[in-house]
Ligand binder design. Sequence first.
Ligand SMILES: NC(=O)c1ccc[n+]([C@@H]2O[C@H](COP(=O)([O-])OP(=O)(O)OC[C@H]3O[C@@H](n4cnc5c(N)ncnc54)[C@H](OP(=O)(O)O)[C@@H]3O)[C@@H](O)[C@H]2O)c1
Length: 280
Amino acid sequence: MAAARGSLAGKVALITGASSGIGAATALLFSKLGAGLALAGRNAQNLEKIGHSCFQASGVKPVLLTGDLTKDEDTKRIFQGTLDGHGGKLDILVNNAGIIALGGIQKATLEQYDRLMNTNVRSMFHLTQLAVPYLIETKGNIVNVSSINGLRAFAGVLTYSISKHAIDAFTRCVALDLADKQVRVNCVNPGVTHTELHKRAGLNDKEYEAYLKRARYTHALGRHGEPQEVADCIAFLVSDQASFITGACIPVDGGRHALCPSSLSREEGGVSAMSQGVDV
Ligand SMILES: NC(=O)c1ccc[n+]([C@@H]2O[C@H](COP(=O)([O-])OP(=O)(O)OC[C@H]3O[C@@H](n4cnc5c(N)ncnc54)[C@H](OP(=O)(O)O)[C@@H]3O)[C@@H](O)[C@H]2O)c1
């Protein structure tokens, strides 16, 4: 019998940043769609929790791999653990792990630049290089998690925005590098999505609540997004339903990319919603 549309049955997927937010939602959805999973994150306890939810959803235990992707040895170990847990096979790589930091050109430091680029871009470059020979074998595919910050300019989040622009360029270039091997490479560009990301960068609960509320003005649909909504787009892109899509950067942002910023006042977040009320 032919597999149901969008099914990931028989596919092996490695998801980074699976211990929280968008990565965790993607892990759960992929497990429901039948994928064999390798889930990577730093926080072992959170990773266990997500692994357990995946097991409850599918009856199959994911391979759980802890490590810091800014450390080359950890990245190699995570990749080897994926292969060891799945008979040397890989069909799908979701490069999702990432961090954000506050600060424009007058506040951002070189240390912050290195931290953001190492976490968001260098680790993606490294893991992708490790994965490519295996993805060529399976004619598999990659989805990178970028941001609306990769598609548009915002004040007050300079190093993050540079890193996300780099991810979009990386996506398009690698898509062309691998097109003749029938390996597809795409990215999603989420708008504000309710996860731990911004609080980890220093927003307190009150500031974060206000930031989410401002999505009413900064996103055309008048609200922020949920991790599941990004996961749905990732699941589509990795599936055979997206067989003719490569090199695409797809906004999952409630129409934020289509808005004209000049139509918003500073108070409404027209310049940089994240920096409103925050000392950047
Ligand atoms: N939330 C948004 O509004 C938004 C918007 C656009 C794009 N994004 C992008 O979505 C992706 C996921 O973020 P999220 O919003 O889901 O945030 P999150 O809840 O903070 O999750 C981030 C994930 O990345 C992992 N991670 C961070 N640094 C790592 C490192 N050095 N090594 C290994 N893993 C690391 C974290 O692992 P541990 O928790 O185990 O440490 C966690 O699993 C990021 O690339 C982010 O830029 C988010």
